[in-house]
Design a binder for this molecule. Sequence first.
Ligand code: SER
Length: 593
Amino acid sequence: MDMKDIDSKKLKELYLEFFKQKNHVVIPNASLIPKEDPTVLFTTAGMHPIVRYLLGEPHPLGKRLTNVQKCLRTDDIDSVGDDSHLTFFEMLGNWSLGDYWKEEAIKWSWEFLTDEKWLGIDKNKIYISVFAGDEDAPRDEESASIWRSLGVPSERIFYLSKKDNWWGPAGATGPCGPDTEMFYDTGKEPHGEDCRPGDSCGKYVEIWNDVFMQYNKTADGKYELLKQKNVDTGMGVERTVAILQNKKSVYEIETFKPIVEKIKELAKIKSPDENQERSIRIITDHIRASTFVLSEEIVPSNVDRGYVLRRLIRRSIRHGKLIGIEKEFLGDLAEIVINIYKDSYPELEKKKEFILTELKKEEIKFRNTLEKGLKKFEELARQVKIIDGKSAFLLFQSFGFPIEMTKELAKELNIAVDEKGFEEEFKKHQQISRIGAEKKFKGGLSDASEQTTKLHTATHLLNEAIRRVFNRKDIVQKGSNITPERLRFDFNFERKLTEDEIKAIENLVNEQIKKGLPVRREIMTLEEAKRLGAQGVFEHKYEEKVSVYIIGDFSIEICGGPHVKNTKEVGRFRIIKEEGVAAGIRRIKAIVE
Ligand code: SER
């Protein structure tokens, strides 16, 4: 097989085919917004949607799964611009849920990578790393010896520490374990002396990671053994395709090239210099990420996911300006991204209007202040060696510069930014802490998500409580919206509720919370869910399996989650407002304390 024939589409097909032949079932690609894992802001790997099964719940489709998952990671955002690091990427994965273990996982990875029937990559170019061992888990001699048995010489196997060879948890808690990683030797001249797989010398590119997910990290930092030994693997589509096509960087493969070309055209650049090349790459990466985030109906804002999106968009605009693009351009690029990916991700085409409108709004807004903000920044930079907190906050507040942008600008001029001072200013201005957003950004346990999870469970309780208080089955949900601060719930009812009725609903919800009812999730057919009297939107196909949340003997609803595990976690429920929104539709706003 000519390796160069393999594009992204072909690689994905081959991968799924390979693992189907090893008895894996293909599971669908999940949303970029983790519905199953409140510990992260975005889906950063294929394992997030299946966390509960890694923790031991049986998966309805069995113990061997595989898929292609869209992922967004912001930890590497500062490396974007080099040949291989990206924020948005597609990940191929295969999982063993307490089924096969190291031997099969490693052998199959090797077979898929090197066998002529599959990718046929030169065995001599593959380097391996395994876990060196520490107080939490032993040195992984088992994996190393499996690699050696496959013919990988010892000198190409590196034992690395937890920093390099341990995956997860992505947030503060959750499944994790030692891993073994596969690298490709690009043959590039290394920067730095002790160049080895896993460092930033640029010669060895990680293409695949087999995680032996045996532990669960608890909130107090302990590693407990999981109920079962899982395998969680992830292979980067873009990087692997670049290798198969013998390209120097991911930006030259077919899913990037049209975007890169368009940017060059808009900037009227034929042969970019090093700085221009970096800007082109940053814009390419960020517009891909922004388009996918927007397709999930996230809008730019100053908190959580919206903040990440805002950062990506505004940084693209700034880099556009650096290479001479003065007019609005992100919409044109987003259309190219949509075209490239619409077959694999139909949500892009479906949300096209929304994506383009929101991009335009944000671009207009930021273009209005960017020029003046840059002038202000330059003025400051001429006067001082450190941008103090007040000035950084002024740039944020009056000119819309995310702090990361101010830091980037400062770095270019070799000056510092007082980030602490910025945070203090920020808090003073009573805004939601961006420190929190930053933590979540890196994958820490997210306060906002925790709060919305509680409110989500409270919404289910409220939904049922209304029906029970009025003893009427015909009252159903007509709308729902949850922010970290409150829940909003619309339902059909003819008149204003009385004080007593509101109190009765509130009390009934609080009783369920006090009882400490377990919240369970079950997968069943739509037919079965209906038979059990589940509430919910019945827009699925009849034979399709649906996810159903059952709260004790009180409530049952079709829903994707996430929810708390026990109603006790919800806290005290309080209705703060009841009003009419349309003829026959009432709205309740409530909080949990
Ligand atoms: N979760 C692991 C990773 O992201 C394997 O998929 O590298």
